[in-house]
Design a binder for this molecule. Structure first.
Ligand SMILES: Nc1ncnc2c1ncn2[C@@H]1O[C@H](COP(=O)(O)OP(=O)(O)O)[C@@H](O)[C@H]1O
Ligand SMILES: [Mg+2]
Length: 355
């Protein structure tokens, strides 16, 4: 898994032979600045970007293969013990309104290098059926985190934040809430030269600017009813700059961006997840204690904890989800939830490149 944050690759080896997935090991390969910048550039039109996307896709495939090799070495597993690799790829455009989403990473090359069957391009089939193609993890959250009597909501705070609503005795739903870490990361990189605001410490040193927060919250995406999904196509530095007056203190902007993430998540839960009791955070944003505390304050009456408190490592949950999604594909089982993505029907997701 490599997500919208552009931080790097999360690889897991998962035993899916029993009723519950068992994560055997994990490995993280960070992206260096030059790869991160090249990926950021591919989100926008530029000279010969089709060629560039393929070349960087090949580079990603080699990195994915190295991450696979690392988890196999750690567990001393031969490649032929692995049924399939679920490889999300790196999103460079997500435009369901135009009928497409694009993840690069040359799955054919990964299959060749790893000698293992690869399932990739999980989102396109859902979009072809009229869906958003995202989020896809709610089906997995439903499989592993649902409680029979307690109303849980799982909030994955990656570059974009998305939630899964798990009301007891009712259908699972889910959608993207808006920016997770990506605006905070971009601002922090620009002003502190650090990829993210560790623990939200810098944000906590500033004050929220209502004159900036209100126009940001007025973005129509927040008021849209689900199904909805988002990405860097909407929430990016140009979007942030269009809201700034340029006289703001940098730390106050960071505080306001953290508030935007928290408010968009909390109001999504209040509007769409009536009766929610337990909120579980996962993804890299779950490490941001300032953000965690603020969401707790905004949702009185709910407990807010990391999924780790349920024994589920929130840093690798999405990677495990894509291993499970690959298994669904290999078994010919539909894995999109039309109640989540808005697709006209359930679909078998993904494209298969055989070993
Ligand atoms: N200690 C931390 N404090 C604040 N933010 C963190 C911390 N650790 C990770 N993050 C955030 O999490 C992001 C990575 O989250 P991740 O779940 O991998 O997102 P994605 O799925 O979009 O790649 C980082 O870019 C950073 O913003
Ligand atoms: Mg990541």
């Amino acid at each position: 898994m490599s997500g919208t944050s552009l931080d790097g690759i999360d690889a897991v080896l998962v035993d899916l032979s029993g009723p519950e997935p068992r994560q055997l090991t994990q490995h993280y390969s960070p992206f260096d600045d030059s790869l991160k910048n090249a990926l950021l550039a591919l989100h926008l039109p530029s000279h010969n970007e089709l060629h560039q996307a393929q070349i960087i896709g090949n580079q990603l495939a080699r990195m994915y293969a190295a991450a696979v090799a690392a988890v196999l070495t750690q567990t001393q597993s031969p490649s032929n013990a692995v049924k399939a690799i679920g490889c999300h790829g790196q999103t460079i455009r997500h435009c369901p309104e135009h009928g497409y989403t694009l993840q690069i990473g040359n799955a054919a090359l990964l299959a060749e290098l790893a000698g293992i069957t690869v399932v990739s391009d999980f989102r396109s089939r859902d979009i072809a059926a009229g869906g958003q193609g995202a989020p896809l993890v709610p089906a997995f959250h439903d499989h592993v985190l649902r409680h029979p009597d307690i109303h849980r909501v799982i909030v994955n705070i990656g570059g974009i934040s998305n939630l899964t609503d798990l009301p007891p005795r009712a259908a699972t739903s889910g959608f993207d809430c808006g920016p997770g870490n990506l605006l905070m990361d971009a601002w922090c990189t620009q002003h502190l030269g650090q990829p993210y605001d560790d623990n939200g410490t810098w944000a906590a040193s500033g004050k929220v600017l209502p004159a900036l927060l209100e126009p940001m919250l007025a973005e129509p995406f927040f008021a849209l009813p689900p199904p909805k999904s988002s990405g860097r196509d909407l929430f990016n530095m140009a979007w942030l700059k269009s809201k700034l007056k340029d006289n703001e203190a940098a730390a106050d902007v960071q505080a306001t961006l953290l508030e935007l993430t928290c408010r968009s998540i909390a109001s999504a839960i209040q509007k769409q997840c009536h009766g929610a009791q337990e909120i579980y955070l996962c993804g890299g944003g779950a490490h941001n204690q300032t953000l965690h505390n603020r969401i707790t304050v905004l949702l009185p009456g709910c407990s807010v904890n990391a999924t780790d408190s349920l024994g589920v490592n929130g840093d690798y949950l999405e990677a495990v989800a894509f291993a499970w999604l690959a298994q669904q594909t290999m078994r010919g089982k539909a894995a999109n939830l039309p109640t989540v993505t808005g697709a006209r029907h359930p679909c078998i997701l993904g494209a298969i490149h055989h070993a």
